[in-house]
Design a protein around this ligand. Sequence first.
Ligand SMILES: C[S@@+](CC[C@H](N)C(=O)[O-])C[C@H]1O[C@@H](n2cnc3c(N)ncnc32)[C@H](O)[C@@H]1O
Length: 352
Amino acid sequence: MRTESKKATRWPTAVDLFSGCGAVTAGLKAARFKVLAAVDNDPVACLTYRSNHPSVHLIEEDIVRVDPQELKDTILTGRKLDLMAVCAPCQPFSSHQRIAGKDDRAQLILQSIKFARILNPKVILFENVPGLTAPRFDKLRARLAQGLKDAGYLVGSPTRLDAAEFGVPQRRARCIMLASKGQPPPPLPERNWTRTQETVRTAIGDLKVLQSGQADPNDVLHFARVHRPIAELRLQHIPKDGGSRDSLPSHLQLKCHKNHNGHPDVYGRMRWDAVAPTLTTGCTDLTRGRYAHPRDDRALTLREAARLQTFPDDYKFIGSSKDIASQIGNAVPMRLIAQLAPTLRIALSKQT
Ligand SMILES: C[S@@+](CC[C@H](N)C(=O)[O-])C[C@H]1O[C@@H](n2cnc3c(N)ncnc32)[C@H](O)[C@@H]1O
């Protein structure tokens, strides 16, 4: 009889900086990484994080004040760290930023250098918006690369990916960058062809039909906002399945839109058989983008937004509706992270 020796495989260890409500941690856990610690300073997002990842050592603090040596002594206790994920706030790099380059939060990404020096992870994963590669951030990226180089890392080129190419039912362009200790990191895949493309229909089509103000008694996150009568009337005139506010009769058009071609997505409906547009923290607000339901005359519910960000239905969210919409809109789709895991493992396998 053939005896098979079951070799216990060690899960790679990880630390999640700017962990928010924990989507990156969830994606890493799904890909069999052991997340040891996380850092974020948003108290409500931290509540959500703790209720989903109780075994992770979460430091709720301004990252500038966190001492990586203390973190190392507490969590690594002699073990090596494989991966450090860094999802610094993307607002300063976003194309929606009103005063370009005037947001001090852009500097937060540089905090990763002090953690790299002390925690010494084998691989670092940076996730942000493509705006990070804009020429006005050349100096900042150069400071980041130099700081990491001084700590012994080689930084790969920032790569633009769309989460929709990785089985996420949402167009979400991201900038992903890897850094690897003493080695050039492997190239990132542009897509995962093995996954069928998910759409708005496959993600939310089975959820209960709701109109403005209605709620699904069996799902705490599936409740529709109460829209003003004028907003409901507008929605009734916007064609189902992808219609836009340019179909509104003149008397229902918003004053601010009458002579203005910008923001064409406001009041728009999503399309059933396409991916959703990029969800932001305003993803349940008709006035913040194409966030109307393809069929029902209402904005997306929190459940629909969570599904379009690939959160499983048993993920617990804590906070007000606005807090939860922010947590969902700020999250990195956990499926994207899980799909990048094979590349992370290749990067790790090249290290001793
Ligand atoms: C893009 S979100 C991270 C999303 C998260 N990785 C996820 O997948 O759910 C950026 C996070 O940075 C956090 N943040 C902003 N400034 C910070 C600071 N000074 N110290 C620690 N965390 C900070 C915010 O609270 C927010 O949760």
